[in-house]
Design a protein. Structure first.
Length: 202
């Protein structure tokens, strides 16, 4: 399926749809809410890329594939809602996308503002999980996190590659140590980022 460029407001995808292809909603700037029905199982790469006004997306219970690039450029997105019956994905209280058992953080909505606390069940932060989060000022990483995929969290928050966060994130992994808190704050163009890690490297 391909969304017409002039589409506005709320969009409900037809129940007969099984796949939302790559770039299906590309640059549909005026779409604010998308409901993906039960019939859809696959969402292609960059499917909603450039949907600047998209605020909420609802994922049906059969969606099994959701690439990290699907919501690229959706910097107004505030809420990813997943059907409670979906066996593959879930969302947290802040509308972020996680796997079903909430051990993998897949995507934080690009429009989220202020502070975001990663759920204490999360063990891994996925590729580009914080992409487009330009209004996010603070990320709190719990003791449960032991791996950060591909690049340090700050590279996605501010487009600035860092190899370590105050010596607490090294070689893209975090090792736990009880009762130790290290905070790091950088001033980077467009955003002040505070990353609080309840961990230290052994």
């Amino acid at each position: 399926m391909v969304c017409p460029r002039g589409k506005q407001g709320e969009t409900t995808i037809a129940d007969s749809t099984e796949t939302i292809g790559s770039y299906a909603f590309y640059d549909c700037d005026n779409v604010t809410e998308v409901t993906i029905p039960t019939s859809v199982t696959i969402i292609g790469s960059s499917a909603f890329c450039g949907c600047d006004d998209l605020i909420t997306i609802h994922l049906g219970k059969k969606v099994a594939t959701f690439p990290y690039s699907a919501l690229s450029g959706c910097d107004s997105l505030r809420n990813i809602q997943v059907s409670a019956d979906n066996p593959y994905f879930s969302n947290d209280a802040n509308g972020a996308l996680l796997n079903k058992d909430q051990t993998l953080l897949i995507r934080v909505p690009g429009g989220i503002e202020g502070q975001y606390q990663i759920p204490k069940t999360v063990a891994k932060i996925g590729t580009s999980a914080f992409s487009d989060c330009i209004a996010l000022s603070t990320v709190i990483i719990p003791d449960s996190v032991v791996s950060i995929d591909n690049a340090c969290i700050v590279s996605y928050l501010a487009g600035c590659i860092r190899n370590s966060i105050c010596n607490t994130i090294e070689h893209h992994s975090v090792r736990r140590s009880a009762h130790h808190v290290i905070s790091a704050v950088w001033t980077i163009p467009y955003v002040i980022v505070a990353v609080i890690c309840h961990t230290s490297v052994h």
